[in-house]
Design a protein around this ligand. Structure first.
Ligand code: AMP
Ligand code: MG
Length: 392
């Protein structure tokens, strides 16, 4: 299968040390183990008194106070207690914390209830994280909680997978820049913006190269320059078999084309090549929906592999088809759907005409439903696996 072939020819890039503040969305290259325990000390979970459990029911002399950041250095012996605030270190000798609500304070003494449980109302060292414990596995995307955890453990920077640098180019003589008024026969280059967004979401560091004309020499010069400082080339347009389709012959002359056509709708002319030095090129179809669907199916997983993501693919979920989905002979169709909840089901509704030029079929879509090739199609009411883009 073409998607597997693309992954076989895509290597994980190296890693780099990145300050924690810039790690959001990145992927640790190695397992992260806790360099210390959390909490490091026994700390109170409540405001109250630190006492010995043997002193249950007694009237105790108050020795002092342990507040967060200001520990009490004395020892709680028989007949004594120390005032303690949330986050305060449990003084030596104490076995539990009694909540303020449960005691009676009179002057410099406190009466504590009977039946004290040792270990209650404080966190023991290592209760949250044990020293040496695996806290963030390699390949897991770093989000707010993982970054907070690293900070709590005193880790100022993390070794993360390098982000692929991607040169992005649109091809076609009919294209004009966004902001210019298209003349007769011209259209605005929209793929650049769609793919720029998709590439960034996938973690790429994108260099936008603009529009290449449908002239082999100019295209070749632009591509060669682009490849000098990029890991990946992504083009759109110019891959079908018309006289102006130049990308595939160019990639053939520069490296090895592994995929030159796929049995996919939309996206038949998708092209993938390796160019030596670990560089790869994706020639995406020109039609806007085709370029984005082939991006989802082939490019996004490859970019994630380069960064070391453990999870390469979008999640999939079983959904109930709310319509009959017609099949195409010989080609798997990715039908764009919206989802809504009905009881315990996610029900899929078609986004309407699935024309590969109609971005409205993808805008707002929650999922892609794979319709196997053939003449059968899928029927309303059937449960199918859907590739989830977002959930309603
Ligand atoms: P091509 O693969 O070059 O034959 O293009 C197929 C169709 O996609 C044509 O109708 C093109 O005008 C359209 N197309 C190609 N590139 C873009 C682009 N960057 N933005 C919007 N539409 C495009
Ligand atoms: Mg073209």
């Amino acid at each position: 299968m073409a998607a597997a072939l693309v992954l076989v020819h895509t290597a994980t890039l190296g890693s780099e040390l990145v300050p924690l503040g810039e790690c959001a969305g990145r992927v640790p290259a190695d397992d992260v183990h806790a360099p210390a325990s959390l909490p490091a000390d026994p700390v109170s979970a409540v405001d109250g008194f630190a006492v010995r459990s043997a002193d249950a029911g007694a009237n105790l002399g108050i020795l002092g106070e342990s507040a967060a950041g200001r520990p009490f250095d004395g020892v709680v012996r028989q007949g004594t207690a120390a005032r303690i605030l949330t986050g305060g270190v449990l003084p030596d000798g104490a076995a539990c914390v009694v909540m303020f609500e449960d005691v009676k304070v009179e002057g410099e003494t406190v009466t504590v209830p009977s039946g004290l449980r040792p270990g209650s109302n404080f966190h023991t060292p290592g209760a949250d994280v044990r020293e040496g414990e695996l806290v963030i596995p390699a390949g897991l995307q770093l989000g707010a909680a993982e970054i907070g955890l690293a900070a709590a453990l005193g880790i100022p920077e993390l070794r993360v997978g390098r982000r692929p640098t991607v040169a992005l180019m649109s091809t076609g003589d009919e294209l004009v820049e966004l902001g210019q008024t298209p003349g007769r026969g011209q259209i605005t280059d929209s793929n650049r913006w769609a793919l720029l967004a998709a590439l960034r979401e996938a973690g790429a560091d994108v260099r936008v190269l603009g529009i290449a004309p449908d002239r082999p020499d100019e295209l070749r010069t632009l591509v060669l320059a682009a490849l000098r400082d990029s890991d990946v080339l992504v083009t759109s347009g110019g891959v079908s078999v018309g006289t102006h389709d130049l990308v595939k012959p160019l990639l053939e002359s520069l490296g090895t084309v592994h995929v030159g056509r796929v049995k996919l709708k939309p996206g038949k002319p998708f092209t993938f090549a390796t160019l030596g030095d670990g560089k790869v090129a994706f020639g995406l179809p020109g039609f806007p929906v085709s370029s984005l669907v082939t991006f989802e199916v082939f490019v996004r997983p490859a970019l994630r592999k380069m960064q070391g993501f453990a999870q390469l693919h979008r999640p999939s979920l079983p959904v109930k088809l709310g319509f009959d989905a017609h099949a195409t002979a010989e080609r798997t169709e990715y039908h764009r759907v919206t989802l809504r909840r009905e009881g315990s089901d996610l029900v899929a509704t078609s986004t309407g005409s699935q024309s590969s030029s109609r971005l409205m079929s993808l805008a707002g879509a929650h999922a892609l439903v794979r319709v196997p090739p053939g003449d059968q199609g899928l029927n309303a009411g059937q449960m199918v696996e859907a590739m989830i883009l977002s959930l309603p």
